[in-house]
Design a protein around this ligand. Structure first.
Ligand SMILES: Nc1ncnc2c1ncn2[C@@H]1O[C@H](COP(=O)(O)OP(=O)(O)O)[C@@H](O)[C@H]1O
Ligand SMILES: [Mg+2]
Length: 382
């Protein structure tokens, strides 16, 4: 089995898995100084874009391609490459196709897709620099709005506005915006895997509450499975999994996606705000809470090893917690320690200053115990 991985930066998450399964690994990467290049059996430094990776896949006659790309921008280009490689060369690519990728890479198209498929999403409208004065009439000091750009991730181009001054400031920088109703409530993510028409939703993850300051979930403590006070969590979590399957099926997803949701406690409804059709930052906590490693599953897909039913039976019901730690003194932030097990219940990942520790336990209380021992959580802080 020979697989081309596009992008080296996330390869440390799969290096052990490829070695253990005797998979010959090739990386294509545009940054000659990228980390992890030496972890693969061989690598190519290429120009940006998908033209050269596609040529390598054909020339090397690989069995499959796994894009290890955690950003939105190249999604559509990857999707175009996927269609050529799969249709003309029979080489499977573990990524979303053109239809799904173009919807997910653009927040406005995502909204239109959700509305068309009757999936609950916060109310929205388009505003331009010329007509932004209409926003003030919406009583924004009482009903704040979230202004977004069609493209962006990690909170870029996003501003929560509750005063006309802030709107003016926003439109000095941007010409148009997607205005969305601000929802106050818990933020949730769920990852879903889909291949050859079969979907497997994983676990709803709690990512903290929304704030007027718009602090991105990347900076908060995450817990899984999701538990909201005063809610029938078993039903609600099933409901979220159903939403994920509906989205994945209607969009024709292939590979993996993470769906971002805000739960509205006033209406008890799950509002979908985003679909990210690529490996996402929640993959570690999903791994802790289910024992399913999304990156490994992508490899299984292109190697013909993926079976939805088997995977569903493999899902373990554990708990996970993930804590941003900045810089934590540890020699475990390496490809050698990316597997969670009974002896190794926690992993550390992420670049300097943005490291995170993810812990697995039978219950949330057990994960908290470990976190307190690691001195990354104050006693009784959550
Ligand atoms: N309608 C909303 N109500 C409240 N907060 C929101 C809303 N939309 C976005 N946010 C906040 O902004 C963050 C980023 O928004 P999102 O649409 O997921 O874009 P990104 O691609 O940057 O992750 C969310 O995780 C949330 O904290
Ligand atoms: Mg998001």
């Amino acid at each position: 089995m020979k697989i081309l991985f596009i992008g080296a930066r996330l390869f440390d998450d799969v290096a052990i898995y490829t070695k253990k399964n005797s998979i010959k690994s090739i990386i294509s990467e545009s940054d000659p100084n990228s980390s992890n290049l030496e972890l693969a059996d061989s690598y190519y430094v290429v120009s940006r874009g998908m033209k050269e990776p596609m040529e390598i896949a054909i020339k090397e006659d690989v069995d499959g391609v796994v894009p290890l790309i955690g950003i939105d921008k190249p999604l559509v280009e990857v999707a175009i490459m996927k269609e050529t490689l799969e249709n003309d060369y029979g080489i499977p690519v573990a990524a979303a196709g053109v239809g799904a990728a173009s919807i997910c890479a653009n927040k406005y198209k995502t909204k239109q897709f959700l509305v068309k498929n009757s999936i609950k999403t916060p109310e929205y409208f388009k505003v331009t620099r010329e007509d932004y004065n209409i926003l003030d009439k919406q009583n924004i000091n009482k009903n704040p709005l979230v202004l977004k750009q069609d493209e962006g991730q990690g909170g870029s181009g996003i501003n929560i506005i509750s005063s006309i001054g802030k709107i003016r400031e926003y439109f000095r920088e941007y010409e148009t915006a997607l205005a969305e109703k601000f929802i106050e409530g818990p933020e949730v993510s769920i990852e879903i895997l889909r291949w050859k028409g079969k979907s497997v939703p994983l676990v709803p993850v709690y990512k903290g509450e929304t704030t007027f300051e718009g602090i991105h979930p990347l900076k908060k403590i995450k817990k899984a499975p999701l538990e909201i006070e005063g809610v029938n969590n078993k039903n609600n979590n099933k409901q979220i999994q159903k939403i994920a399957v509906k989205i994945a099926d209607s969009i024709g997803l292939e590979g993996t996606a993470d769906i971002d949701i805000i739960f509205n406690p006033d209406t008890n409804e799950n509002n979908v705000i985003e679909i990210n059709a690529r490996p996402s930052g929640t993959r570690y906590i999903t791994y802790a809470a289910t024992n399913v490693n999304i990156m490994h599953e992508l490899i299984n897909m292109v190697s013909g090893q993926w079976n939805a039913l088997k995977l569903k039976n493999k899902i373990r019901k554990c708990s996970g917690i993930e804590i941003p730690v900045g810089n934590y003194p540890s020699n475990k932030n390496s490809y050698l320690y990316r597997e969670i097990s009974n002896i190794n219940p926690w992993i550390i990942h992420g670049p300097p200053h943005h490291q995170r520790i993810t812990i697995q336990g039978e219950t949330i209380a057990k994960t908290v115990e470990i976190a307190e021992k690691l001195k990354i959580l104050e006693k009784n802080s959550i």
